[in-house]
Design a protein around this ligand. Structure first.
Ligand code: SAH
Length: 329
Protein backbone atom coordinates (compact mmCIF):
# COMPACT_ATOMS: atom_id res chain seq x y z
CA UNK A 1 0.00 0.00 0.00
CA UNK A 2 3.02 2.24 -0.37
CA UNK A 3 1.72 4.43 -3.08
CA UNK A 4 3.33 7.66 -4.09
CA UNK A 5 1.77 10.49 -2.18
CA UNK A 6 0.60 12.30 -5.30
CA UNK A 7 -1.70 9.44 -6.35
CA UNK A 8 -3.79 9.63 -3.17
CA UNK A 9 -7.06 11.42 -2.68
CA UNK A 10 -7.66 12.31 -6.26
CA UNK A 11 -10.32 11.75 -8.89
CA UNK A 12 -9.40 10.85 -12.45
CA UNK A 13 -12.21 11.52 -14.89
CA UNK A 14 -11.26 9.22 -17.74
CA UNK A 15 -12.72 8.19 -21.08
CA UNK A 16 -12.88 4.44 -21.68
CA UNK A 17 -13.39 4.70 -25.43
CA UNK A 18 -16.35 3.37 -27.39
CA UNK A 19 -16.02 -0.37 -26.89
CA UNK A 20 -12.90 -1.95 -28.33
CA UNK A 21 -10.88 -2.39 -25.12
CA UNK A 22 -7.72 -1.37 -26.95
CA UNK A 23 -9.13 2.05 -27.79
CA UNK A 24 -8.04 3.60 -24.54
CA UNK A 25 -5.13 5.86 -23.68
CA UNK A 26 -2.00 4.62 -21.94
CA UNK A 27 -2.67 7.24 -19.30
CA UNK A 28 -6.11 5.86 -18.48
CA UNK A 29 -4.67 2.35 -18.34
CA UNK A 30 -1.98 3.50 -15.93
CA UNK A 31 -4.56 5.10 -13.66
CA UNK A 32 -6.77 2.00 -13.79
CA UNK A 33 -3.78 -0.05 -12.67
CA UNK A 34 -3.17 2.30 -9.76
CA UNK A 35 -6.80 2.85 -8.79
CA UNK A 36 -8.26 2.09 -5.39
CA UNK A 37 -11.79 2.55 -6.69
CA UNK A 38 -13.24 2.61 -10.19
CA UNK A 39 -16.66 4.17 -10.64
CA UNK A 40 -17.79 2.98 -14.02
CA UNK A 41 -20.57 3.76 -16.44
CA UNK A 42 -22.59 1.22 -18.34
CA UNK A 43 -20.94 1.62 -21.72
CA UNK A 44 -17.51 0.56 -20.60
CA UNK A 45 -15.93 -2.63 -21.89
CA UNK A 46 -15.81 -5.44 -19.39
CA UNK A 47 -12.63 -6.64 -21.06
CA UNK A 48 -11.03 -3.29 -20.33
CA UNK A 49 -11.84 -3.51 -16.63
CA UNK A 50 -10.78 -7.12 -16.39
CA UNK A 51 -7.49 -6.39 -18.08
CA UNK A 52 -6.41 -3.37 -16.10
CA UNK A 53 -8.18 -3.01 -12.76
CA UNK A 54 -6.22 -4.86 -10.07
CA UNK A 55 -7.93 -7.40 -7.86
CA UNK A 56 -7.50 -5.25 -4.76
CA UNK A 57 -9.46 -2.36 -6.29
CA UNK A 58 -13.19 -1.85 -5.96
CA UNK A 59 -15.28 -1.52 -9.07
CA UNK A 60 -18.48 0.36 -8.46
CA UNK A 61 -21.16 0.41 -11.10
CA UNK A 62 -23.01 3.68 -11.30
CA UNK A 63 -25.93 3.83 -13.68
CA UNK A 64 -27.24 6.93 -15.29
CA UNK A 65 -30.10 9.12 -14.32
CA UNK A 66 -33.60 8.06 -15.13
CA UNK A 67 -35.36 10.94 -16.79
CA UNK A 68 -38.73 9.80 -15.49
CA UNK A 69 -37.69 9.38 -11.91
CA UNK A 70 -37.87 11.95 -9.20
CA UNK A 71 -34.57 10.76 -7.87
CA UNK A 72 -31.27 12.25 -8.80
CA UNK A 73 -28.73 9.49 -9.17
CA UNK A 74 -26.11 11.96 -10.32
CA UNK A 75 -26.06 13.21 -6.74
CA UNK A 76 -25.21 9.74 -5.61
CA UNK A 77 -22.32 9.55 -8.01
CA UNK A 78 -21.15 12.91 -6.74
CA UNK A 79 -21.41 11.72 -3.16
CA UNK A 80 -19.44 8.58 -3.91
CA UNK A 81 -16.72 10.57 -5.61
CA UNK A 82 -16.37 12.82 -2.61
CA UNK A 83 -16.63 10.04 -0.08
CA UNK A 84 -13.89 7.95 -1.65
CA UNK A 85 -11.62 10.87 -2.44
CA UNK A 86 -11.83 12.19 1.10
CA UNK A 87 -10.71 8.79 2.30
CA UNK A 88 -7.53 9.47 0.40
CA UNK A 89 -8.28 7.04 -2.39
CA UNK A 90 -7.32 7.25 -6.00
CA UNK A 91 -10.69 7.18 -7.74
CA UNK A 92 -11.05 6.60 -11.45
CA UNK A 93 -14.40 7.78 -12.76
CA UNK A 94 -14.63 5.89 -16.03
CA UNK A 95 -17.04 7.04 -18.72
CA UNK A 96 -17.77 5.47 -22.09
CA UNK A 97 -16.18 7.21 -25.07
CA UNK A 98 -14.87 10.62 -24.11
CA UNK A 99 -15.57 12.07 -20.68
CA UNK A 100 -16.89 15.35 -21.94
CA UNK A 101 -19.08 14.39 -24.87
CA UNK A 102 -22.73 13.93 -23.91
CA UNK A 103 -21.90 13.07 -20.34
CA UNK A 104 -22.60 14.52 -16.93
CA UNK A 105 -19.08 15.69 -16.35
CA UNK A 106 -20.13 19.20 -15.42
CA UNK A 107 -21.97 18.08 -12.29
CA UNK A 108 -19.00 16.05 -11.23
CA UNK A 109 -16.57 18.90 -11.85
CA UNK A 110 -18.69 21.29 -9.77
CA UNK A 111 -18.72 18.76 -6.96
CA UNK A 112 -14.98 18.20 -7.05
CA UNK A 113 -14.20 21.90 -7.09
CA UNK A 114 -16.65 22.54 -4.29
CA UNK A 115 -14.91 19.94 -2.11
CA UNK A 116 -11.45 20.98 -3.23
CA UNK A 117 -10.70 17.52 -4.50
CA UNK A 118 -7.87 17.40 -7.02
CA UNK A 119 -8.75 15.88 -10.35
CA UNK A 120 -7.51 15.21 -13.85
CA UNK A 121 -9.53 14.90 -17.05
CA UNK A 122 -8.24 12.25 -19.45
CA UNK A 123 -9.89 12.20 -22.86
CA UNK A 124 -11.19 9.10 -24.60
CA UNK A 125 -12.13 8.15 -28.13
CA UNK A 126 -15.66 9.40 -28.49
CA UNK A 127 -18.21 7.21 -30.28
CA UNK A 128 -18.35 9.49 -33.34
CA UNK A 129 -14.65 9.05 -33.94
CA UNK A 130 -14.54 5.37 -33.06
CA UNK A 131 -17.55 4.51 -35.19
CA UNK A 132 -16.44 6.53 -38.20
CA UNK A 133 -12.91 5.11 -38.11
CA UNK A 134 -14.14 1.53 -37.77
CA UNK A 135 -16.58 2.08 -40.64
CA UNK A 136 -13.98 3.64 -42.95
CA UNK A 137 -15.91 6.94 -43.08
CA UNK A 138 -13.56 9.94 -42.75
CA UNK A 139 -15.79 12.50 -41.07
CA UNK A 140 -14.26 15.59 -42.68
CA UNK A 141 -12.89 14.13 -45.92
CA UNK A 142 -11.46 16.86 -48.11
CA UNK A 143 -13.71 17.72 -51.02
CA UNK A 144 -16.76 16.37 -49.19
CA UNK A 145 -17.17 18.58 -46.15
CA UNK A 146 -15.29 21.05 -44.01
CA UNK A 147 -16.81 20.35 -40.62
CA UNK A 148 -18.54 17.86 -38.39
CA UNK A 149 -21.26 18.44 -35.82
CA UNK A 150 -21.85 16.30 -32.76
CA UNK A 151 -25.57 16.34 -32.06
CA UNK A 152 -28.29 14.51 -30.25
CA UNK A 153 -31.97 14.12 -30.95
CA UNK A 154 -32.74 11.91 -27.97
CA UNK A 155 -36.27 13.24 -27.85
CA UNK A 156 -38.16 14.33 -30.92
CA UNK A 157 -38.48 17.91 -29.72
CA UNK A 158 -34.88 18.78 -28.91
CA UNK A 159 -34.26 20.29 -32.35
CA UNK A 160 -36.25 23.32 -33.42
CA UNK A 161 -37.76 23.80 -36.90
CA UNK A 162 -35.24 26.50 -37.70
CA UNK A 163 -32.38 24.23 -36.76
CA UNK A 164 -33.78 21.37 -38.89
CA UNK A 165 -33.72 23.79 -41.81
CA UNK A 166 -30.10 24.50 -41.09
CA UNK A 167 -29.22 20.82 -40.67
CA UNK A 168 -30.87 19.94 -43.98
CA UNK A 169 -28.91 22.67 -45.74
CA UNK A 170 -25.44 22.42 -44.25
CA UNK A 171 -22.66 20.44 -45.85
CA UNK A 172 -21.25 19.61 -42.42
CA UNK A 173 -21.25 15.94 -41.50
CA UNK A 174 -23.88 15.33 -38.82
CA UNK A 175 -23.35 12.79 -36.08
CA UNK A 176 -26.28 12.00 -33.81
CA UNK A 177 -25.70 10.39 -30.43
CA UNK A 178 -28.52 8.72 -28.46
CA UNK A 179 -30.80 8.95 -31.44
CA UNK A 180 -31.41 5.48 -32.86
CA UNK A 181 -34.94 5.53 -31.49
CA UNK A 182 -35.74 8.85 -33.09
CA UNK A 183 -34.22 7.95 -36.43
CA UNK A 184 -37.54 8.07 -38.30
CA UNK A 185 -38.05 11.56 -36.99
CA UNK A 186 -34.56 12.66 -38.05
CA UNK A 187 -34.95 11.28 -41.56
CA UNK A 188 -38.44 12.71 -41.99
CA UNK A 189 -37.33 16.16 -40.94
CA UNK A 190 -34.36 16.21 -43.28
CA UNK A 191 -36.22 14.73 -46.24
CA UNK A 192 -39.15 17.11 -45.79
CA UNK A 193 -36.64 19.94 -46.05
CA UNK A 194 -35.13 18.52 -49.22
CA UNK A 195 -31.76 17.46 -47.94
CA UNK A 196 -29.45 16.77 -50.91
CA UNK A 197 -29.78 13.22 -52.21
CA UNK A 198 -26.05 12.63 -52.13
CA UNK A 199 -26.01 12.91 -48.36
CA UNK A 200 -26.47 9.42 -47.01
CA UNK A 201 -27.09 7.93 -43.62
CA UNK A 202 -25.00 5.40 -41.72
CA UNK A 203 -25.96 3.82 -38.45
CA UNK A 204 -23.32 1.93 -36.54
CA UNK A 205 -24.47 -0.52 -33.91
CA UNK A 206 -22.01 -1.47 -31.14
CA UNK A 207 -19.28 0.30 -33.06
CA UNK A 208 -15.67 -0.79 -32.54
CA UNK A 209 -16.73 -3.88 -30.58
CA UNK A 210 -16.50 -7.40 -31.96
CA UNK A 211 -20.26 -7.14 -32.61
CA UNK A 212 -20.15 -3.99 -34.74
CA UNK A 213 -22.73 -3.75 -37.51
CA UNK A 214 -22.94 -0.78 -39.88
CA UNK A 215 -25.88 -0.05 -42.19
CA UNK A 216 -25.88 2.67 -44.80
CA UNK A 217 -28.73 4.00 -46.89
CA UNK A 218 -29.87 6.93 -48.96
CA UNK A 219 -32.17 9.08 -46.85
CA UNK A 220 -34.70 8.90 -49.67
CA UNK A 221 -34.62 5.09 -49.58
CA UNK A 222 -34.75 4.84 -45.81
CA UNK A 223 -38.43 3.85 -45.66
CA UNK A 224 -37.67 0.78 -47.72
CA UNK A 225 -34.22 -0.09 -46.40
CA UNK A 226 -34.06 0.54 -42.67
CA UNK A 227 -37.34 1.85 -41.32
CA UNK A 228 -38.81 -0.31 -38.61
CA UNK A 229 -35.56 -2.03 -37.84
CA UNK A 230 -34.61 -2.30 -34.20
CA UNK A 231 -31.03 -1.26 -33.72
CA UNK A 232 -28.89 -2.81 -31.07
CA UNK A 233 -27.75 -0.26 -28.55
CA UNK A 234 -25.51 1.62 -28.43
CA UNK A 235 -25.90 2.94 -31.94
CA UNK A 236 -24.75 6.15 -33.56
CA UNK A 237 -25.98 7.92 -36.69
CA UNK A 238 -23.79 9.66 -39.28
CA UNK A 239 -25.33 11.75 -42.07
CA UNK A 240 -23.49 13.45 -44.90
CA UNK A 241 -21.76 13.07 -48.22
CA UNK A 242 -18.88 11.24 -46.55
CA UNK A 243 -21.10 8.27 -45.71
CA UNK A 244 -20.78 6.70 -49.15
CA UNK A 245 -17.02 6.46 -48.65
CA UNK A 246 -17.97 3.45 -46.55
CA UNK A 247 -18.54 1.48 -49.74
CA UNK A 248 -14.93 2.03 -50.71
CA UNK A 249 -13.12 2.06 -47.40
CA UNK A 250 -14.93 -0.16 -44.92
CA UNK A 251 -12.43 -2.53 -43.42
CA UNK A 252 -14.38 -4.52 -40.87
CA UNK A 253 -16.91 -7.18 -41.70
CA UNK A 254 -20.31 -6.71 -40.10
CA UNK A 255 -21.18 -9.02 -37.27
CA UNK A 256 -24.53 -10.63 -37.90
CA UNK A 257 -24.88 -11.79 -34.34
CA UNK A 258 -27.67 -9.93 -32.60
CA UNK A 259 -25.91 -10.35 -29.27
CA UNK A 260 -25.22 -7.44 -26.99
CA UNK A 261 -21.64 -6.49 -26.25
CA UNK A 262 -22.73 -4.43 -23.26
CA UNK A 263 -25.05 -6.75 -21.37
CA UNK A 264 -28.67 -5.63 -21.31
CA UNK A 265 -30.44 -5.50 -18.00
CA UNK A 266 -34.03 -5.92 -17.03
CA UNK A 267 -35.71 -2.60 -16.67
CA UNK A 268 -38.18 -2.04 -13.88
CA UNK A 269 -40.44 0.81 -13.16
CA UNK A 270 -38.58 3.54 -11.34
CA UNK A 271 -41.15 3.74 -8.56
CA UNK A 272 -40.81 0.12 -7.61
CA UNK A 273 -38.45 -0.45 -4.78
CA UNK A 274 -35.94 -2.83 -6.25
CA UNK A 275 -32.95 -4.01 -4.34
CA UNK A 276 -31.36 -2.16 -1.50
CA UNK A 277 -29.17 -0.65 -4.12
CA UNK A 278 -26.32 -2.94 -3.35
CA UNK A 279 -25.16 -5.79 -5.49
CA UNK A 280 -22.34 -8.16 -5.00
CA UNK A 281 -20.03 -10.12 -7.20
CA UNK A 282 -21.53 -10.09 -10.61
CA UNK A 283 -25.16 -9.90 -9.55
CA UNK A 284 -27.22 -8.13 -12.15
CA UNK A 285 -29.12 -5.11 -10.92
CA UNK A 286 -32.80 -5.58 -11.56
CA UNK A 287 -33.62 -1.93 -11.40
CA UNK A 288 -31.98 -0.23 -14.30
CA UNK A 289 -31.81 3.50 -14.24
CA UNK A 290 -32.54 4.83 -17.67
CA UNK A 291 -29.51 6.08 -19.35
CA UNK A 292 -27.95 8.79 -21.30
CA UNK A 293 -29.18 6.67 -24.15
CA UNK A 294 -32.81 6.52 -25.12
CA UNK A 295 -32.57 3.02 -26.50
CA UNK A 296 -33.11 -0.04 -24.36
CA UNK A 297 -29.70 0.20 -22.95
CA UNK A 298 -27.27 -2.63 -22.64
CA UNK A 299 -25.29 -2.49 -19.49
CA UNK A 300 -22.07 -4.16 -18.83
CA UNK A 301 -21.17 -5.54 -15.49
CA UNK A 302 -17.79 -6.88 -14.67
CA UNK A 303 -18.30 -10.56 -13.95
CA UNK A 304 -16.22 -10.66 -10.85
CA UNK A 305 -16.84 -7.14 -9.72
CA UNK A 306 -18.83 -5.94 -6.84
CA UNK A 307 -21.37 -3.42 -7.85
CA UNK A 308 -23.13 -0.63 -6.13
CA UNK A 309 -26.19 0.35 -8.00
CA UNK A 310 -27.08 3.90 -7.33
CA UNK A 311 -30.49 4.95 -8.35
CA UNK A 312 -32.72 6.52 -5.76
CA UNK A 313 -32.53 9.11 -3.04
CA UNK A 314 -32.71 6.99 0.11
CA UNK A 315 -30.77 4.26 -1.60
CA UNK A 316 -28.14 6.77 -2.44
CA UNK A 317 -27.46 7.30 1.19
CA UNK A 318 -27.29 3.58 1.82
CA UNK A 319 -24.98 3.16 -1.09
CA UNK A 320 -22.62 5.71 0.35
CA UNK A 321 -22.72 4.09 3.76
CA UNK A 322 -22.57 0.56 2.55
CA UNK A 323 -20.14 0.81 -0.27
CA UNK A 324 -17.37 0.17 2.18
CA UNK A 325 -18.49 -3.43 2.42
CA UNK A 326 -18.41 -3.92 -1.28
CA UNK A 327 -15.18 -5.10 -2.64
CA UNK A 328 -13.84 -7.49 -5.12
CA UNK A 329 -13.16 -10.91 -3.67
N1 SAH B 1 -19.42 9.96 -23.74
C1 SAH B 1 -19.83 9.07 -24.82
C2 SAH B 1 -21.25 9.31 -25.27
C3 SAH B 1 -22.30 9.00 -24.22
S1 SAH B 1 -23.91 9.17 -24.86
C4 SAH B 1 -18.84 9.23 -25.98
O1 SAH B 1 -18.04 10.14 -25.98
O2 SAH B 1 -18.93 8.41 -26.91
C5 SAH B 1 -24.27 7.50 -25.35
C6 SAH B 1 -24.37 7.42 -26.86
O3 SAH B 1 -23.07 7.32 -27.43
C7 SAH B 1 -25.09 6.20 -27.37
O4 SAH B 1 -26.48 6.40 -27.40
C8 SAH B 1 -24.58 6.09 -28.78
O5 SAH B 1 -25.20 7.00 -29.65
C9 SAH B 1 -23.14 6.54 -28.58
N2 SAH B 1 -22.25 5.39 -28.43
C10 SAH B 1 -21.45 5.12 -27.38
N3 SAH B 1 -20.72 4.02 -27.61
C11 SAH B 1 -21.08 3.57 -28.83
C12 SAH B 1 -20.70 2.47 -29.64
N4 SAH B 1 -19.79 1.59 -29.23
N5 SAH B 1 -21.28 2.32 -30.85
C13 SAH B 1 -22.21 3.20 -31.28
N6 SAH B 1 -22.60 4.25 -30.56
C14 SAH B 1 -22.05 4.44 -29.36
Amino acid sequence: MNKPHHTRGKVILAGAGPGDPELVTLKTVRYLQQADVVLTDRLVSNELLEAHVPERAQIVYVGKQCRRGASTPQETINELLVEYALQGKLVVRLKGGDVSVFSNILDELHTLVEHQIPYEIIPGVTAALGASAYAGIPLTARGYTKAVRLLTCYKSDVITDAYWEELARTDDTLVFYMSSETLDHIVTNLVQRNIAADKWLAIAEQATTSLQHVHITSLYEYERTLKGREFISPAIVIIGKVVRLYEQFQWRANSNSREHYFKPLVRQDIDEPATNGLLRHGELPQHIPAADDTAHQPVLLPASAAVVQTNTGPQAENAVKEHEHVSRA
